[in-house]
Every structure is written in C-alpha cells, then in structure tokens.
Design a protein around this ligand. Structure first.
Ligand code: ACK
Length: 986
C-alpha cells in the first residue's frame, strides 16, 4: 500500500499548523519544518522508511518520513536523525507530529499490521556520522497514536494529526541521535522538533535577568539575581527563580530609580530641567520648590534663588526661605518689679515657622550714638535669646534709667542672610519715681562666720523702701556664684561666711516703684575668732525670719499656686481681695448688678405670655434686613438694621421663623427669646425684641460682627495675643457666671455657641434648654436616650443627665481648650464612645501648643471628675482677671515646664503610655507609627524631646496633626518629669 496516500493534503495542513508555533522559553535544537536543504537522515534497511521532500507554494521543502509495510510480517525499519548538538540543555524535549493508520481500516492485514512505533536515542560527543548500531540506542518510549485515520459511515476519510512530546535526559555528552523504529505500522512522520527550555531574559522591577537554564530536577528552582537598569539602585536585592518549565517565578526585591531619575516603562529617565527628585525611589520628579530652580537634567536638588536659603536641616523638598523682617509694634508695660515687652510677629516670616526672637538691651545716654550694653544685672524671663513667643519679661532693672531694647526676629536661615540684621527698637524709661541708690555700706562688726553691715537709706521722693537686697560673694570666687539676702531695715547680718575671707557686698533698695541700681561694691573680711558663732546664729535667725519669711514666703506661695495651678483653694482664699483690686486693673469693668432669678418659660401656662413678659415687640417697619448670614433650625439668620423711632440705628441679627411652621415650632422658636430676654449682661447676647404680631415671626438680637467663636478662631489661627485670648475667656466666664448666678444652666456651652463682636467681646448665645441640644449638630444620643454634645459634656451629665452649673464649668474647660487651640476639635477624630471611655479612664485633653501652664491647670480643674471639686464661674472669672493683671504669670508655657523647678502639677492624672505605638494610638495618630520608628524615635524618652521641627521631619505634614502630636508630646514630657520626680515607673 502506498505511503504517499494523502501526503500532499497532510503537508499543506501541517504547514499552516506549524507556522509561528515556537515559544520564547524554548530553544530549538532541531525543527524539520524549517530545514531548507536535504535532511540527510538515514534509513535501515534502505527500503524501510521513505523520505519524501516536496516543495510548498513558497518553494520551501517539506520533509516527511513515511512507512507502511503492514502486509508483511516481522518488520524492523529504522530511521535515524543526524547528530543533534545539545548546546546548554540538560534535558531535551522531542515533539513528534505524525499520522498513524488504524489497522481496522485496512482489509486483510490482521496479524501483521501494527499501530505503534518506537523512539530511541543515543548520546555521543562525536558529531560526525557514526555507524548505526541498533544495540547502542536507548529506548525513550513506544509511541502510539491518540488518533488515526478513520473512515466515516459515508466512507470519507478524516485526517487526524497526533502530537506526542517526550522528555529525554539528563544528557551529559555533547550531542545525540534520535532513531525511530517501525515494526509494521502505517506512519507518516510529518515533523520532528527537538528543543530545551530556558527562562528567557527579562526585565522586572527595574532589574534585568539573563537567559537561565532550569535545573533537571523539576522540583528545584534556580535562584537568579537581577542587575539594576541604568540609573537605578537596589532597594532589596532583586531576585527571580527559574522554574523547570522555563517560567520565572517568585519575584523578590527591586531596584528603584536613583536621585534625579524617574521611572518610565521599566527604565529610569533623567528629570527635566525645572524638575528634581531628591530621593532614590520610584516617585516622580517634582517641580522645583518655591524660590528654587535648576537648568540641568537629572537634578536631585534645586538651587535657591538669590536672597533665599536652605538651612542645614531643611529637606531638599522644602521651599527656599529667607530671614524674617523685623518684629512690629513693640509695646511695653511696666510696673514696680517687671517690665513686660510685647511685639507683633514680623510681617514676613521668610516662609518659615521656626521663628524666634532675640532681645538686646542697651543703655543710651543723651547721645544715641554712645550706647553701651546693659550688662548682667538685668534678668529676662524666660530668656533674652531664642524666644519663641513674641514677649519677654525684664526683671531687676534699675530705676531712673533709660533702656533701649532691640528686638530681632530670627529663623533657621538668618545666619545665612546679610548682616547687620534689621531690628525693632523701643526705649523704656524707668523714671517712675523708683528709689535712688542706697548710701555707703559700712561694716559694723565681723565674726569668723558673719559680717554686720549697715547703710544709709536712699533719699526718697515719697515712696517708702519695701526692703533691701544684699548681694555678696567671696572675692576670690566672683565668677563662680553669689548669694543674696533681703532685709527690711538698712542693716543686715550676713551669716554662714568663711573665716578670714574677703567678701564683696553691694546693696539695692526696692520700693513700690521698683529696684534702685546696686550701690558701689564694698569689700570686707570675716574675723578669725570662733567664739562669736552662737551669737551670729541667733541674729541670723531673726533676720531670716523677718526678711525672708515676710517677703519670700509671699512670693513662693504666689508662684506655687500660680504655677502648680492648685488654684481651687487659692482661688477661694484669694479671690475676695482680688475682686477689690480688679476694678483698678480692668478698664471699664462694671460691677455686676443685683442678680435676678431665671424663670423657665415652660412654667407659664401660655408660652406667649412669657414672650410678652420678657421680650419687647418690635414693629417690623423699624427693621431693615440687608443680607442672609446663615441658617438656623427654624429659618434663615439675617443681618440688618433696627431703628426704633427717635432712637439711633443699630446693627442687628434677625432670626426668622420660616413660613409654614406649625404652632409648636413657633413656640419653641420664641422660647429662646423668652430666655434671652431675661438676661442683661455684656457677655450674653442681647435681645432687642421680637416680631410676633406679623409674619415672618422674628427674633432680633445685637449684631456680632465676627460671627461664631469657633469659626473666628479657625480663621485667625495663631494671630491673637495671649492677653486677647485670656480676655475672651474671661468674657465667656463672666457671662456664664451671670447665668449661673441667675440659676440658668446652659447645657450646650461650646465655642460654636459663642458669638464675637468687632471688639473681640465674646457673648454666650444659643439658649433654649433641651431644644438647643436637639438643634446642635454635635449632639448625639446617649444610652440613656438623651441627645448630648458628648465632647463638651461632663461625665455625670452624659451618664445620668445631671446638668448643673458644675457641668457647664466642665464645658467651659472644653471651650478654653478650643480657644487655646484656635478652634481645634476637642478629642480630634476620636469617636464619641472613645471619648467617654478615655474620660472614664482619667484621660484629659493635653495642653494645646503655646498654652500657659496656668490655663491648662485651670482646664484640668474644670474637668475634675467630682463636680463639687470643680471651680465655680466666679472663681474662674477672678482667676483669669488675676492672670490678665499679671501677664508674666502667663509666660510659663506647658512646653517650657521642664525648665521649671516646681512639680508639674496634676500630670499624674494622665495615663502613662507604655510604647510609642500606644501613645500614638491614644491620640488617634496611629498612622504615623512607622514614621516615628523610621526616623529613629524608638523610646518615649526620645519622643519627649522632639520639637515641632522634628515632628515635621518625620513626615507629619498636616498642621492639625503636627499640633496634636506636639501638644501630646508636651504632656508626655510632664509625665516623664513626674516619673523622674516621684520615682514612679510603669
Ligand atoms: O459662624 P457664623 O458667621 O455666626 O454663622 C452663624 C450663622 O449666623 C447661623 O447661626 C451667625 N449669627 C448668629 N447670630 C448672630 C449674631 N447675633 N450676629 C452675627 N452673626 C450671627 C453665626
């Protein structure tokens, strides 16, 4: 039977099938379909297999091997390939495509016809043709057809092509032969392909990986290390594993583009001029920061424009900045003992926030050219240099002197700017009748350990000397230290001295107008006789008791109570006398009138009666509405003017009741007027009247130009002076004192419910009892069913609706915190539930940045769990007035506390966090844990020393988050200080 049956048909079909069927991970060692010339394969015996080479339509040869001796028994026909080089392969794949005829389809062949053939190979290094010896060949497999020629019912023959692949290996010699043994089948072998597999060259994660041959053992992978593309650097060693099938597996590590280069389609391209990339990584190039430029490609840093600089620690991503302009509006306030200088920040901070001030004191005579530095006598609080607040207190200045203070603003790049730096100067004369110098200091007697001195009283104008200060030191150790003591009389016995030692003394006087300068220095020697010691000690005791006991005790007590903030006792004990003095201090303070009692409008059977009693009816024609300023629960809030006949026109805010409101809404709306109408206080929003007899129903109140306090603070972040802030707090407290004196409990005291006028006077508004709470978007339902503004409300009011003036005091503490943080949201994004839990656990809001210790301590008192321990509004008003009268008491800031020797107060009330993670969790800043760790802050101790700059450098860019973290760091510092002092460790 002819083996050429259908051969042509097969060939055409296969040409189509084989086209482009190679894979990129296969390296072809032999492909009979692509061999152009004769194949040259050998057949044994020669008449066994037939080699047929035909040309396709493109004139390419098609090699086919056929055998079909199915009628004859005992067939043993061999076909042998040429020598095939194995190249890099350890294991090769042999792919055979063939057709095999089904014996059943051929009549009369049973017994002789076979349906399989055998595949053999032989390894050898010899590439030249070796003699064929079947016994040298190793069998790979018996190959059977999956499909064969079959015949349909209609007698049509259908072509079936088989593809079989066999693995051969390991192959160790340089090459091999393949052999095909036919034992009596009808076969057409249409292609033989021999290949091995490799993992092909590839580019992954900016690293290249070379062609790699897999291991023989299919279960083990080849680890391949990648090489970074140009201008890229290893982040983690880039690796891939080459699998047995020639697939790359498990990519590990990567390369990232170097500084000045950015990634695009797997390569690193240089940044364009005007762009830069400061860090290695797969970020994009960025535009040069403000006030910087680059004309080069591939820049990692932009240069600063002329006049702009980068400080050493400024990141390259930061805008270039310049030194600040000088401070503005320097003012002073002087009393008998202290000179308070205050100024406004420079109009141009140079683009930086690390602003500080240096104060230099000069004494100038009549010729302003001949000034000299003030010398070491003056004391500056907190310090003369590196001030972070725009104020300083000067102590120990001499009376009858002219001081010129030069104040310069500095920032992180001041050193790089030009010199001399511009300053703001102010001259202060202390010529307010201060004491003149004391007369000559004489030695009355000396013992081995003491010296008695006396001097002439200074010539007084009309102020009495309060006391004298004697400063003395060992002559030989002048530079090391000095001591001082005080006496009320013009004599003193200085005890505790060394025998036979020279001491230098100088004395100054203090009157209500301040200190005199120190008188001339005198030098006296102690005696060498020990017998007078007992007498000395007796005298010293008297002096210490009289001088130190009388004056210093007062000073220490005052400082103790101001600074440690144990103000409740203090407030109660001291406020009565302060009350008397405050009228002198606060201009325009009006003593409270006789206090009335508040009457609940609900006590009236007919609520309209309450409105009529407490609110004036206004004729709507007197009202001129100008514009809508907001939306209230019942309708729009407008601004406009009110001009009752014969009276001057005043600006007003008009709350309207929207049309279509039902009777109960009208009643609720007017209830606020019935409440407000009962109040008359400069810090309570004033009701001008109501319109009830025509539509729309209106409530007319005084106009508050700056709107509500919370939005006002947010708009003026960090722009108010400490005295302005405390003044606003005092106003709110005064309004609340008035309300509590009248027996009215507000229940919704919060910055959003305070209005501010153009003079920054704060007035309490939003009255209406439970309705207020329904109205307040902050109010949330509690487990007991009420609706309560959780963050502002005391624990007892939340837990069992125990509202009282004491719960208003708690809310007032929160308002203080809102004010001192310029409208930050109390407890930030903590959930209401977390707020309640943390309060129960003793957590209290930390001091906002720049908050004086005295104010934070007052807040903490307002947040005492036991409500009877909280201060009353009357105490709060008095305390704040005292602070206003003594601005220096506002100078110690919570962040400066470490430098103070006193105990940090009630910090033990705060939870002690154990890890940085716990701490960040507690302030809801968990997202920065990695930033802190990456920046090397691994202990709370190291965190407690961080400045705001350090916090920024860790990558905290949002101002609100910086604030929150810095406030908490201040608290942390106090805790650590407390731990050190008490020895209490977690
Ligand atoms: O924050 P604001 O500007 O101040 O927006 C709200 C808005 O109306 C809705 O309550 C403002 N507002 C309320 N009462 C007065 C008032 N007496 N004077 C000025 N603005 C007011 C408030």
């Amino acid at each position: 039977m002819s083996s050429g049956v259908n051969a042509c048909l097969i060939i055409v079909l296969l040409r189509v099938l084989f086209t482009d069927s190679t894979h990129s991970n296969q390296v072809m060692l032999l492909d009979t379909t692509t061999v152009l010339g004769e194949l040259g394969w050998k057949t044994y015996p020669v008449n066994g297999w037939d080699t047929i080479t035909e040309m396709d339509e493109q004139n390419r040869p098609i090699h086919t091997f056929q055998v079909c001796h199915v009628m004859e028994p005992n067939q043993n026909n061999w076909l042998r390939s040429n020598w095939i080089s194995r190249q890099a392969a350890q294991k090769v794949f042999v792919e055979l495509r063939f057709t095999l005829r089904d014996c059943n389809s051929i009549p009369w062949v049973s017994g002789t016809c076979k349906e399989t053939f055998n595949l053999y190979y032989m390894e050898t290094d010899e590439s030249h043709s070796v003699k064929f010896k079947p016994g040298h060949y190793t069998k790979i497999d018996t190959i059977a057809a999956d499909e064969s020629f079959t015949q349909t019912d209609l007698g049509d023959r259908i072509l079936k092509l088989n593809t079989e692949v066999r693995e051969v290996g390991p192959i160790t010699q340089k090459g091999f032969y393949l052999a095909f043994q036919d034992i009596g089948a009808c076969i057409a072998l249409v292609s033989v392909r021999v290949y091995y597999k490799k993992c092909p060259f590839t580019l992954r994660n900016l690293a290249t990986f070379p062609d790699t041959i897999p291991r023989m053992d299919s279960s083990s992978l080849v680890e391949v290390r990648g090489t970074c593309v140009n201008n890229a650097e290893e982040r983690d060693t880039p690796k891939l594993y080459c699998g047995a099938d020639g697939d790359w597996l498990v990519p590990l590590g990567r390369c990232v583009c170097s500084r000045g280069y950015e990634e695009l389609d797997g390569t690193c391209f240089a940044c364009r001029p005007g762009f830069y990339k400061a860090f290695t990584g797969n970020t994009k190039c960025s535009k040069c920061p403000l006030h910087s430029f680059t004309y080069d490609e591939g820049s990692s840093l932009c240069q600063c424009e002329a006049g702009f600089f980068r400080a050493g620690k400024d990141p390259p991503t930061m805008a270039c900045t310049r030194p600040p302009s000088p401070p503005r509006n320097v003012v002073f306030n002087i009393n008998e003992t202290s000179l308070f200088l205050e100024w406004s920040p420079p109009s141009d901070t140079g683009g930086r926030s690390d602003l500080t001030y240096n104060v230099l004191c000069k004494k100038c005579g009549s010729d302003p050219e001949q000034c000299e530095l003030c010398g070491g006598g003056l004391r500056f609080f907190p310090r003369p240099q590196g001030l972070t607040n725009a104020s300083v207190t000067v102590l120990d200045f001499a009376a009858h002197a002219n001081y010129t203070f030069e104040i310069e603003s500095l920032n992180g790049v001041s050193e790089l700017g030009s010199f001399p730096r511009p300053v703001a100067a102010i001259t202060v004369s202390t010529e307010q009748g201060g004491p003149s110098l004391v007369g000559m200091v004489k030695k009355d007697w000396a013992s081995p350990s003491s010296i008695a001195l006396s001097w002439q009283e200074p010539e007084q104008h009309d102020t009495a000397v309060l006391d004298y200060e004697i400063k003395y030191y060992e002559k030989e150790h002048e530079q090391l230290s000095y001591s001082s003591t005080r006496t009320k009389t013009p004599s003193a016995i200085i005890a505790g001295l060394k025998p036979s030692t020279h001491y230098v003394f100088h004395v100054r006087a203090r009157t209500s107008a301040g200190y005199s300068s120190y008188g001339p220095k005198v030098e006296y020697e102690t005696g060498d006789d020990a017998s007078n010691m007992a007498a000395d000690q007796g005298q010293v005791l008297v002096i210490v008791t009289a001088a130190v006991g009388g004056f210093a005790l007062l000073v220490i007590l005052t400082l103790f109570f101001l600074i440690t903030g144990r103000c409740q006792w203090y407030i109660k004990a001291k406020m009565k006398s302060v009350e008397k003095r405050r009228a002198n201090c606060l201009n325009g303070h009006i003593p409270s009138p006789e206090v009335k009692t508040y009457i609940d409008p609900d006590a009236y059977e007919d609520p309209t009666q309450a409105v009529q009693e407490f609110a004036k009816e206004i004729n709507p024609t007197w009202i001129h509405i100008e514009r809508v300023i907001g939306a209230g629960e019942f309708g729009e809030v407008c601004s406009g003017r009110l001009r009752p006949p014969g009276m001057r026109e005043i600006p007003v805010a008009i709350k309207t009741l929207k049309g279509g409101s039902v009777e109960c809404q009208r009643r609720d709306f007017l209830r606020e007027a019935s409440i407000m109408g009962q109040f008359d206080h400069p810090n309570i929003i004033r009701l001008e009247g109501v319109v009830t007899k025509s539509q729309p129903v209106m409530i007319v109140v005084e106009y508050m130009e700056k709107g509500s306090l919370d939005s006002f603070l947010r708009k003026h972040d960090a722009q108010l002076t400490m005295i302005q802030l405390v003044g606003m707090l005092r106003g709110i407290a005064a309004g609340m004192k008035y309300l509590s004196d009248m027996g009215y409990v507000h229940r919704d005291l919060a910055a959003r419910n305070i209005l501010v006028n153009s003079n920054l006077v704060c007035k309490v508004s939003d009255f209406g009892l439970s309705r207020v709470l329904e109205d307040d978007p902050e109010a949330a339902y509690t487990t007991t069913g009420g609706k309560i503004p959780i963050r502002w409300t005391s624990p007892e009011a939340i837990a069992y609706r125990k509202f009282s003036s004491a719960s208003d005091v708690w809310s007032y503490g929160i308002v203080m915190w809102e004010v001192m943080s310029y409208g930050e949201r109390p407890y930030w994004e903590m959930s209401n539930q977390d707020v309640i839990l943390s309060i129960e656990e003793g957590y209290r809001l930390p001091a906002p940045m720049g908050c004086p210790v005295a104010l934070h301590q007052l807040m903490l008192h307002c947040w005492q769990e036991e409500r009877s321990h909280r201060p009353r509004f009357t105490d709060i008003v008095s305390f704040l007035e005292k602070l206003i009268c003594n601005p220096s008491s506002l100078l110690p800031l919570v962040e400066d506390m470490e430098s103070l020797p006193e105990s940090p107060g009630d910090v033990s009330d705060y939870p002690l966090f154990i890890s940085i993670g716990d701490w960040l969790d507690s302030i809801k800043m968990s997202q920065y844990k990695n930033n802190f760790l990456a920046a090397g802050y691994t202990t709370l101790d190291s965190v407690s020393r961080m400045s705001i700059e350090d916090v920024r450098r860790t990558g905290v860019t949002l101002i609100g988050h910086q604030r929150r973290i810095v406030s908490s760091i201040q608290m942390l510092r106090l805790q650590l200080l407390h731990i050190q002092e008490t020895g209490f460790h977690v």
